[in-house]
Design a protein around this ligand. Structure first.
Ligand SMILES: C[S@@+](CC[C@H](N)C(=O)[O-])C[C@H]1O[C@@H](n2cnc3c(N)ncnc32)[C@H](O)[C@@H]1O
Length: 312
C-alpha cells in the first residue's frame, strides 16, 4: 500500500515558521514529509533542511519525496531529543526554524503493521523506532497490574483503567495477548456496557494512546526537548509545535511560558538572583486550531493545536 499523508494546518505552519531563502530549518517529525516539502521550497536556493524521524519508513519515504532537493536536505533516522548532538556534529550553532508535528502518522496507523490501530489485527508492537527494545506486547504481557493501571491513567486518562488492567492480567494467565484486535476486545469487555455505547470514541482509544506513549517514551522525549529548545534557535528563530492531546500540549505550553517569563526569583527580591532571562516569546496567547473545513477534509486534525514561539 502507498504511503499516505495529510499534513495538519499546512498554511498556518508555513506562515509561522517564517521561512526565508537561505534558512537552516529543522523538521523534527518528517512523517509523510508534507510540511518538509513546503519548507524546502521556501528556503531554496541555498537553505538547508534537516529532517528527522525515528521511524525508518518515514525516512525512506522522505528520501523519495525530497529527492529533487537532495543537495539542500539532510535526513536523519533519530529521535528529535538528539537534535543538539546532530547540530553539533554538523558544526551548526543555531537554526532559523524548528517544527514538531507530534504523535503518529497516518501511514503508521494504516500501513505500519505494528498494532497502532485498534481496528486492525496486527502484532502488539507500537514502536516507532524498531531499534528500541520495549514493545506494547511486553508491557501488556509482563508488567504488573498496578504498573498497567499507572500507564493507563497517566497517559490515557482512562477512568476504567483499574478494570481494564485487571481484565488484561486475568486473560494473559491462560495465553499471552498477541494482537491489537485481541486487546481491543478485552478492553471493550472490561468497560461497563452503558459506557461503551455512550462514548463518542472507540472504547480502546485511550488505552491504545497510553500504550503508544509509554512504548515510545513520547512525553519524556518531548519534555527533554522543550528544556533545551531555546539553545538550538538563532535569535528571531521560530518554533512551531503541533500537539494532539492535552498531555503533550501542557508540556509545550508550560515550557514556552517558563522561557518567556525568565526570572524565577520570589517576588519582592530587590535584585534577580537566578539569572534566568527570557529566551522565548509566545506569538499567540492561545494555540491555533484547524478550521472546520480542514477537520472535515482531514479528521485526524480534529484535536490538534499549534503553538508558536520566537527566540528572543
Ligand atoms: C504526525 S506525523 C508527522 C507528519 C508530517 N509533519 C507530515 O507533514 O506528513 C509524526 C511523525 O513524527 C515521528 N515522531 C514522533 N515522535 C518522534 C520523536 N520523538 N523523534 C523523532 N520522530 C518522532 C513519527 O514517527 C511520525 O512519523
Amino acid at each position: 500500500m502507498g504511503f499516505e499523508h495529510t499534513s495538519v494546518m499546512p498554511q498556518e505552519v508555513h506562515e509561522h515558521l517564517n521561512l526565508k531563502p537561505g534558512n537552516i530549518s529543522v523538521d523534527c517529525t518528517l512523517g509523510g514529509a508534507g510540511h518538509a516539502l513546503a519548507t524546502i521550497k521556501a528556503i531554496l536556493p541555498d537553505g538547508l533542511l534537516i529532517g528527522i524521524d525515528q521511524d525508518l519508513d518515514a525516512i525512506a519515504h522522505a528520501k523519495k519525496v525530497l529527492h529533487p532537493f537532495k543537495k539542500n536536505v539532510q535526513l536523519i533516522h533519530s529521535n528529535f531529543s538528539d537534535l543538539p548532538t546532530i547540530l553539533n556534529a554538523n558544526g551548526i550553532k543555531g537554526v532559523n526554524s524548528i517544527l514538531l508535528d507530534l504523535g503518529f502518522s497516518l501511514n503508521q496507523l494504516k500501513n505500519g503493521n505494528r498494532g497502532f490501530s485498534f481496528n486492525k489485527n496486527e502484532p502488539l508492537d507500537m514502536r516507532m523506532d524498531i531499534r528500541n527494545d520495549l514493545t506494547a506486547f511486553e508491557i501488556i504481557n509482563s508488567f504488573e497490574e498496578n504498573e498497567l493501571v499507572n500507564i493507563f491513567f497517566k497517559f490515557g486518562e482512562e477512568k476504567f483503567s483499574r478494570r481494564i488492567a485487571k481484565r488484561i492480567v486475568e486473560t494473559r494467565k491462560n495465553n499471552p495477548i498477541h494482537s491489537s484486535s485481541e486487546l481491543s476486545q478485552i478492553i471493550t469487555k472490561a468497560i461497563p456496557a452503558k459506557f461503551v455505547y455512550g462514548r463518542r470514541i472507540h472504547p480502546a482509544t485511550k488505552i491504545f494512546q497510553a500504550l503508544r506513549i509509554a512504548v515510545n517514551k513520547e512525553l519524556e522525549k518531548l519534555e527533554m526537548f522543550m528544556e533545551i529548545v531555546p539553545s538550538l534557535l538563532l535569535t528571531g528563530g521560530r518554533l512551531c509545535v503541533i500537539s494532539f492531546h492535552s498531555l503533550e500540549d501542557r508540556i509545550v505550553k508550560q515550557a514556552i511560558r517558563r522561557f518567556e517569563n525568565g526570572c524565577t526569583c520570589p517576588k519582592g527580591l530587590p535584585v534577580c538572583l537566578c539569572g534566568f532571562v527570557p529566551q522565548l516569546k509566545s506569538i499567540f496567547k492561545k494555540p491555533l486550531v484547524p478550521t472546520k473545513e480542514e477537520i472535515n477534509f482531514n479528521p485526524m486534525a480534529r484535536s490538534s493545536k499549534l503553538r508558536v514561539a520566537q527566540r528572543v
